[in-house]
Design a protein around this ligand. Structure first.
Ligand SMILES: [Fe+2]
Ligand SMILES: [Fe+2]
Length: 169
């Protein structure tokens, strides 16, 4: 989208030096109130769902650029950013939805369809990001495969950071 500056995304400082192309893709999604709502929920450790999604999107973008992968960058970044748009606190049993571990991609997909215009490739990225959980929800594109890998990598890093802090106490 035209006219969006490099510093226009309301994101952690780490991302302010990100490529303009990344920010041009992600800004309209990141600014949306539904996406902003992800700042209210913790994903892993002390990382919010918003920061987790931004981290997955940015890592996917950087990997695709560095490895010169032939991917559709818009689909990759959009799917990566929206992959956990389930919009509740999964730690809170009173507000969490049933079978979070396996079904949150379905809830995120419902919200992504509700708030954004997304194409079938992005839909599959969101729905399949927990693959092989369940094994039937298969990643059907290079972009979807990359998101399933990077999501697990970022999640591990966020969880380890939490335990590292505990050990330092
Ligand atoms: Fe997820
Ligand atoms: Fe995730």
């Amino acid at each position: 989208m035209a006219g969006i500056t490099a510093l226009s995304v309301d994101a952690p400082g780490d991302y302010l030096d990100a490529d303009i192309a990344f920010q041009e893709i992600i800004a309209p999604y990141a600014r949306h109130p539904a996406a902003q709502q992800m700042k209210c929920y913790i994903q892993h450790g002390t990382t919010t769902t918003y920061d987790h999604c931004m981290s997955v999107a940015h890592t996917c973008y950087k990997l695709a650029c560095t490895l010169k992968l032939r991917v559709n960058m818009e689909n990759l970044v959009t799917g990566a950013f929206l992959h956990d748009l389930y919009l509740y606190d999964w730690h809170d049993r009173t507000t969490s939805k049933p079978h979070h571990a396996t079904k949150h991609p379905v809830y995120a997909h419902e919200n992504a369809l509700k708030y954004f215009e997304i194409n079938p490739v992005v839909e599959n990225i969101i729905l399949s990001h927990m693959w092989p959980l369940p094994p039937t929800r298969l990643p059907k594109s290079k972009e979807a495969v990359l998101v399933t890998i990077v999501d697990k990598w970022c999640s591990l890093g966020e969880t380890c950071k939490r335990f590292g802090r505990r050990l330092q106490r």
